[in-house]
Design a protein around this ligand. Structure first.
Ligand code: PEP
Ligand code: MN
Length: 339
């Protein structure tokens, strides 16, 4: 349920309600808006005396939260959430559309530092690259792991770009959080609940990818795990789902973008690289994603896609990426945003 305070409620009056909520064994999540404060209360409400809360000074009303995901839902928070990433604190979820690009994997220092400079030159706000790679085959390249994290951090220091990289296990959350600005939870781990709880305590924003066969409720409940563990900075990433269609690696359902925007205040990012699997489809899907309301794009980019150690077929070259940004900016402008 949500306790809605009247405009002008004092800090003491809000604290009094929080204390009452805690007395009933519920967890409180106050949200301080521009004209009023609301307190979302999570937990078992059967033993709660709603009347006692309702009659507290400056309480306007109590409303139930109907969505199964609570803190992620627009029922609790109507204003959009903007999450600041990287040293320049670029807000993902603000009026500007962000661009994050980089190779699927960090392959070696030279390769990564070079592509980082090229990505920076396109006006991107972040660079991606996997140091820990969840691969379908155990015989495929598994990533440079800690060495890869060092390279990512060096690229971050050189360029000022936000570093986005995947964390695949509970044991490596701390080391990844020490080197990266945004921790990615991969599609295969969207329902790895101990990992979601661990990144809920990591103190860095999380890019949560939609599972290969996850419905939107399940996706938002995965976000709820992270928020409930203490981290409100969750960025949702639509990366395509598994269907019977074969001309693409995954089917990119862009209607999920406006649907997620309706159900949740969290920012939504689209990954058209994994969402299609083919570089020639990526530019059109980037344009469509922005038109659909995405807050940022995350795109795979490699200087030599033919020799990439992973996902080469879906990588744009730095030149192709640079050539795309003009039309992306125009589409952002056409819907009242900038890029
Ligand atoms: C990736 O970003 O390289 C990746 C493995 O993505 P996903 O988890 O969406 O497959
Ligand atoms: Mn990849």
């Amino acid at each position: 349920m949500i306790v809605v305070m009247k405009p002008g409620a004092s800090d003491d009056q809000v604290q009094h309600v929080i204390d009452l909520v805690r007395d009933f064994g519920l967890k409180d999540h106050p949200i301080y808006g521009t004209d009023r404060t609301v307190i979302a209360c999570i937990g078992d409400k059967r033993a709660v005396d709603k009347g006692a809360i309702e009659t507290a000074p400056m309480v306007e009303r109590i409303v139930p939260i109907l969505a199964p995901y609570k803190m992620a839902s627009t029922e609790v928070k109507q204003t959009r959430t903007a999450i600041e990433v990287g040293p320049d604190k670029f807000p993902i979820g603000g009026n500007s559309v962000g661009l994050i690009a980089g190779p699927c994997s960090v392959e070696n220092r030279e390769q990564f530092l070079r592509v980082a400079d090229a990505v920076k030159a396109t006006g991107a706000i972040g660079i991606r690259g996997g140091a820990y790679k969840p691969r379908t085959s155990p015989y495929s390249f598994q990533g440079l792991q800690e060495e890869g994290l060092e390279i990512l951090a060096e690229a971050g220091r050189n360029t000022g770009l936000a570093i986005v990289t995947e964390v695949v296990s509970v044991e490596t959350v701390d080391v990844v959080a020490a080197h990266a600005d945004v921790l990615q939870i991969g599609a295969r781990n969207m329902q790895h609940y101990p990992l979601l709880e661990a990144v809920g305590k990591a103190g860095k924003p999380i890019l949560l990818k939609r599972g290969l066969s996850a419905q939107l409720d399940e996706f938002l409940l995965a976000a709820e795990y992270i928020i409930n563990a203490g981290n409100p900075d969750v960025i949702l990433c639509e990366r395509g789902i598994r269907t019977y269609e074969k001309y693409v690696r995954n089917t990119l359902p862009l209607a999920s973008v406006p649907e997620l925007n309706e159900r949740s205040h969290l920012p939504v990012v689209v990954d058209p690289s994994h969402g299609t699997g083919h570089a020639h489809l990526v530019p059109a899907m980037c344009r469509a994603a922005i038109a659909a309301g995405a807050d940022a794009l995350i795109i795979e980019c490699h200087a030599d896609p033919e020799h990439a150690l992973s996902d080469g077929a879906q990588c744009l070259t730095p030149d192709a990426l640079a050539g795309l940004t003009g039309s992306l900016k125009r589409i952002a402008q056409a819907i009242g945003r900038d890029m």
